[in-house]
Ligand binder design. Structure first.
Ligand SMILES: Cc1ncc(COP(=O)(O)O)c(C=O)c1O
Length: 391
């Protein structure tokens, strides 16, 4: 019952509940907003998720896990079999034990648990611009200060290590890197990975390396940060590699000096990862390599088509991406990226303005090619028709 004093001093009508300030400037992703205003027959080149089903063996493993009663809470860090399988994979690169691995609720939770565990009020974190929007919001929610480093088409969207050096101050705690990149499709080569690793070592900052697209590569090799500096936290996921976005399962690999702190924040965020999907993820790791190859092969055909087709539209200049499933063409038209994307959405092509990924994303549009080749071809004809009315 409400205390009499409280009733008199704080009448309910005068006392609205104020939400926490930490979310006052945080937006829901601009990517999802683009679905508003799309006609019913719109073609979706907006969302970043494979259009395939998860591999057959993985679907069966999930069904079996559910039927066989693996539906209860599990260990905080994930089931031992899955942790140890992931550790074995990373152990081929540098010494890794099961205790270095935490199974998470997708890469999203892995990223947030890491930032929550490491970033204090006022700590600076270097973030790619353009980059995946959650990096900035996670840092801000934790009271950190995002400091943006630029990725540009003329540099193949590869970070410039000289620029990174100029941005590091005594307050810099971490750098977030993402290769292959969302939204650019850029892949960081070995030399740059080495250089960033050395810079991090020399300045005692943590590298938070988001490697969720590490299997979705074309004519390029994935270079992990694992083993390249002592303070690298690897963020990864089953979402993109195995088309399991809705099952919310990912993982992180962290050095022993950081892991206990991240383990605590992970526990307080989700208690434990979902149990049945961990068995499906284990099956994926053990038996779904051919399915990945098939999916990447399909993505490659779409990439080749969409990059070529966009380059044939006057006003667009599209780099052929080396990884992930996005193209991020630059455009030279008298519109902002939001205006152009809105127009394309109204004409039936859901896409994302480059500005949703940061200031350097302006003058770009992101198209996801996680849709059938047939739909991509129809979408491109719509884009061509819209652009003809503008130029
Ligand atoms: C670069 C990047 N990191 C992380 C995520 C989140 O992945 P998950 O589904 O595993 O949370 C995404 C999803 O779009 C992404 O593009």
């Amino acid at each position: 019952m409400l205390h009499l004093y409280a009733k008199v001093k704080y009448p309910v009508a005068l006392c609205p509940i104020m939400p926490a300030k930490r979310f006052s400037n945080i937006e829901i992703s601009g990517i999802r907003k683009m679905f508003e205003g799309a006609p019913p027959d719109a073609i979706n080149l907006g969302l970043g998720e494979p259009d395939f089903q998860p591999p057959e063996c993985v679907l069966n493993a999930l069904q079996n896990a559910v039927k066989n009663g693996f539906n209860k809470y599990g260990p905080i860090g994930g089931i031992p079999e899955l942790r140890s399988e992931i550790a074995a994979k990373y152990n081929q690169i540098a010494s890794t034990k099961s205790e270095n691995v935490i199974i998470t609720d997708g890469a999203t939770e892995a990223l947030f648990a890491t930032v929550l565990a490491l970033i204090d009020e006022g700590d600076e974190v270097l973030i790619p611009d353009p980059g995946f929007p959650l990096y900035e919001s996670h840092v801000r929610i934790c009271g950190g200060v995002p400091v943006f480093y630029s990725l540009s088409q003329k540099n193949d969207f590869i970070p410039d290590v000289n620029e990174l050096e100029t941005l590091i101050t005594p307050k810099t705690k971490a750098i977030i890197v993402n290769s292959p990149s969302n939204p650019t499709g850029g892949v960081i080569p070995a030399k740059t990975v080495e250089e960033i690793g050395t810079l991090a070592k020399n300045t005692n900052i943590v590298v938070i390396s988001d490697e969720v697209y590490d299997h979705i590569l074309y004519d390029a090799k994935h270079e992990t940060f694992w083993g390249r500096c002592d303070n690298a936290v690897i963020i990864n996921s089953f979402s993109k590699t195995y088309a399991m976005t809705g099952w919310r399962i990912g993982f992180l690999v962290a050095p022993s000096q950081l892991l206990p702190h991240i383990f605590k924040s992970h526990y307080h965020l989700i208690a434990c990862p979902p149990t049945p999907t961990q068995y499906a993820a284990l099956e994926a790791l053990l038996n779904a390599n051919e399915d990945i190859a098939r999916m990447v092969n399909e993505f490659r055909k779409r990439r080749d088509y969409i990059a070529g087709a966009l380059n044939s539209i006057p006003g667009f200049n599209c780099l052929v991406p080396k990884g992930a499933f996005y193209v991020f063409p630059e455009f030279n038209l008298p519109r902002t990226s939001m205006e152009l994307a809105t127009k394309l959405v109204q004409h039936g092509v859901i896409c994302t303005p480059g500005s949703a990924f940061g200031r350097n994303g302006e003058r770009h549009i992101r198209f996801s090619y996680a849709n059938s080749l047939e739909n991509i071809k129809r979408a491109i004809e719509r884009v061509r028709a819209v652009i003809e009315t503008l130029s």
